[in-house]
Design a protein. Structure first.
Length: 292
């Protein structure tokens, strides 16, 4: 019987602002899942979109993770330094006939945003590079159970402004880092089937996926930078961690611990996926960014 590959997890924030409580929940969940299984945990900075980035946010995110005891293995991988790898992946897709150029605007594409090779770009016209993704495949989410992907249509891999897109970079980098397990928020669940198909088109093995329930604000919206989520207070990491563990349904939230290191050691030893599975598909209670 072949032994399973070693556990390799990751947390991949975008430096569009400081870490907030919703992001901390995702980081803590993926960290504990990896460490409980004696695996490795990596941090990747998704700094592919300079116009949306906040100066100094990448460093601030890393300092927040350190303040909360979430130490990572190896060096941080910055996507802004991986352009050659993304270009090589595009070349592979182009040679296989999977890639096509698209000049459509969002207004032309309408809901769903899929071109399906129906446009005919004019010479010199700005185009994005897209790949047709069949979607609709099934995969077994280790939190939510069996999932059937939506019909994806096509995905932008390089934008009209020349920037590489998340849909390409996340697959190329997960393959490069040999990520075996991805534990992330349910807001990305709809993209998973298409990402798995892109792994296959690039002759790579996709990781296993698990999707955490989302933390919502009082209006029922996902807690995020776009909805005004407060930055984490790095001066109270123990309280923040207890609150994150509480929202993840972990008994360690009530453990007697006088330091971040002590609490994380208890949380690692007693980490359980079952509370997440029991609450699969339900959003977490509203939160205003203040630890409880």
């Amino acid at each position: 019987m072949t032994a399973p590959p070693p556990y390799r997890g990751r947390f991949a924030p975008s430096p569009t602002g400081p870490l907030h409580f919703g992001s901390l929940i995702a980081a803590v969940g993926s960290y504990l899942d990896a460490r409980h299984r004696h695996g490795r945990w990596f941090v990747r900075m998704e700094d592919l979109d300079p116009p949306r980035e906040m100066p100094g946010a990448a460093d601030r995110i890393l300092r927040s993770l350190e303040a909360h005891g979430l130490t990572w293995d190896d060096s941080v991988l910055y996507q802004s330094q991986r352009h050659e790898a993304y270009a090589a992946a595009l070349d592979t897709l182009k040679k296989s006939g999977s890639l096509f150029c698209c000049s459509c605007t969002r207004a032309v594409l309408g809901p769903g945003g899929h071109c399906g090779r129906r446009c005919s770009p004019k010479p010199g016209e700005a185009t994005s590079e897209r790949v047709v993704v069949a979607g609709g495949g099934t995969f077994d989410d280790f939190i939510l159970g069996p999932q059937e992907g939506a019909n994806a249509g096509d995905a932008v891999l390089r934008r009209k402004d020349g920037l590489f897109a998340y849909a390409l970079a996340v697959v190329v980098d997960d393959a490069y880092q040999a990520i075996s397990h991805v534990l992330r928020g349910q807001d990305l669940l709809g993209e998973t089937s298409g990402q798995i198909e892109l792994f296959e088109r690039l002759n790579q093995t996709p990781p296993g996926y698990g999707h955490l329930p989302l933390l919502c604000d009082r209006r029922g919206h996902k807690l995020s930078k776009q909805t005004g989520a407060r930055a984490l207070d790095d001066h109270q990491p123990l309280a923040n961690l207890r609150s994150a563990l509480h929202y993840l349904g972990q008994g360690a939230a009530q453990a007697e611990a006088g330091s971040v290191e002590e609490l994380l050691a208890i949380a690692i030893a007693h980490w359980q996926r079952q509370p997440l599975i029991d609450n699969a598909g339900r959003p977490l209670p509203h939160h205003d960014g203040i630890p409880r």
